[in-house]
Design a binder for this molecule. Structure first.
Ligand code: NAD
Ligand code: UFG
Length: 338
């Protein structure tokens, strides 16, 4: 299929390009590089030896989207382009609604003009909010606790209504749990621009000496070691879930949500231990109070994805830690050359 990938130069998008091309799909990237660099595509091209069409543009720019959609004529769109920092979303709510919600609307309108009716959406487990039961299945009530989470849930609602309004429209809503890890080549990976908000990139920067100490946000949760539990998912498994979603969308109609996780969960201490083992480095830690808005445990019931997408995670914790270490240690400054 011909697949337009918005945000394709980002962390998850870049890994997905490789998996799509490996399965024979033709890809086109649309990205404004607000959180990525064009060097990413240079590396993806050299890893794949494949053709990647690419356009620079913003998903809120309908003229630019028209140009791309008319030129490339995609069969489906994977919509990664968006903003993802929970803390920043509280400070800049209108910016988050604009990019994540208006951006999705603008994209859907442009798709309608080009006759493209299939969309795979980057949603998040954060749409569920405080768990009423665990693991979360897709029927769990949605009650996001952040502006970011609400933008994702709003976009999901728009996509569901859009898909229901036409017989041949498909929206696949992928609710990611916690993506970590990097490609086996160590050529592409996560490259946060500022201080990392997330656990794994922070641990990785401590291991290479860019940061002194990992702050453990609370050790008084009702969990076995007192730290938060998360369902970490290897980014290559996550990328493959998009390929499975593209195959599914070819024959499905309407909107459908899928949890994309492993069904297992690990604590902050587990992640530190796994990283120490993979890297041979000691990770100094310091316990500080809980981070506002954090939930004790998030864990997926990923059985729907297995049954309907024929997808399940295959990479374990050691692989998540080892691939993160390989990427970080071989690219201590990310995509920036030293
Ligand atoms: P990322 O920031 O690495 O990738 C997003 C890409 O979109 C970047 O290349 C950025 O330059 C581009 N972009 C941002 N705004 C744009 C705009 N207005 N127009 C065009 N391009 C734009 O993030 P990621 O981790 O790869 O996440 C991809 C998607 O998955 C996001 O929508 C994010 O909300 C969602 N998601 C991520 C996580 C996670 O923990 N990484 C978890 C759940 C959901
Ligand atoms: N943590 C620390 N120290 C840090 C960073 C995180 O102790 O420096 C802890 C957190 O308290 C939490 C765990 O590590 O217990 C994971 O935290 P992350 O920030 O890596 O991930 P979150 O689960 O908080 O959030 C992530 C994404 C959100 C997304 C959510 C659910 O950042 O965008 O997963 O998909 F909404």
């Amino acid at each position: 299929m011909r697949v337009l990938v918005t945000g394709g130069a980002g962390y998850i998008g870049s890994h997905t390009l490789l998996e799509l091309m490996a399965q024979g799909h033709e890809v086109c990237v649309f990205d404004n590089y607000s959180n990525a660099t064009p060097d990413v595509l240079t590396r993806v091209r050299s890893l794949s030896n494949g053709v990647i069409h690419d356009y620079v543009g913003d998903v809120r720019d309908s003229d630019k989207l028209d140009e791309v959609l008319q030129d490339f004529q995609p069969d489906a769109v994977i919509h990664f382009a968006g903003l993802k920092a929970v803390g920043e979303s509280a400070e800049k709510p209108l910016y988050y609604y604009d990019v994540n919600v208006s951006g999705t609307l603008t994209l859907l309108r442009a798709m309608a003009r080009a006759g493209c009716k299939k969309l795979i959406f980057s949603s998040s487990a954060t749409v569920y909010g405080e768990p009423e039961y665990l693991p979360y299945d897709e029927a769990h009530p949605t009650n996001p606790t952040s502006v970011y989470g609400r933008t994702k849930l709003m976009a999901e609602s728009i996509l569901s209504d859009w898909a229901a309004a036409g017989d041949d429209r498909t929206a696949v809503l992928l609710r990611y749990f916690n993506p970590v890890g990097a490609h086996a080549s160590a050529q592409i990976g996560e490259d946060p621009k500022d201080v990392p908000n997330n656990l794994m990139p922070f641990i990785a920067q401590v291991a290479v000496g860019k940061r002194d100490v990992l702050q453990v946000f609370g050790e008084d949760y009702d969990t076995p070691d007192g730290t938060g539990l998360r369902d970490y998912i290897h980014v290559v498994d996550l990328a493959r879930a998009h390929v499975a979603a593209i195959d599914y969308a070819a024959n499905a109609h309407g909107a459908r949500a899928f949890n994309i996780g492993t069904g297992l969960s690990y604590s902050v201490r587990d992640m530190v231990s796994a990283f120490e083992k993979a890297s041979g480095q000691q990770i100094p830690t310091k316990t500080v109070p809980r981070r506002a808005g954090d939930i004790a445990v998030m864990q997926a019931d990923a059985s729907r994805a297995k049954a309907e997408l024929d997808w399940e995670a295959t990479h374990g914790l050691d692989d998540m830690a080892a691939s993160t270490w390989a990427w970080q240690s071989q690219n201590p400054d990310g995509y920036e050359q030293r």
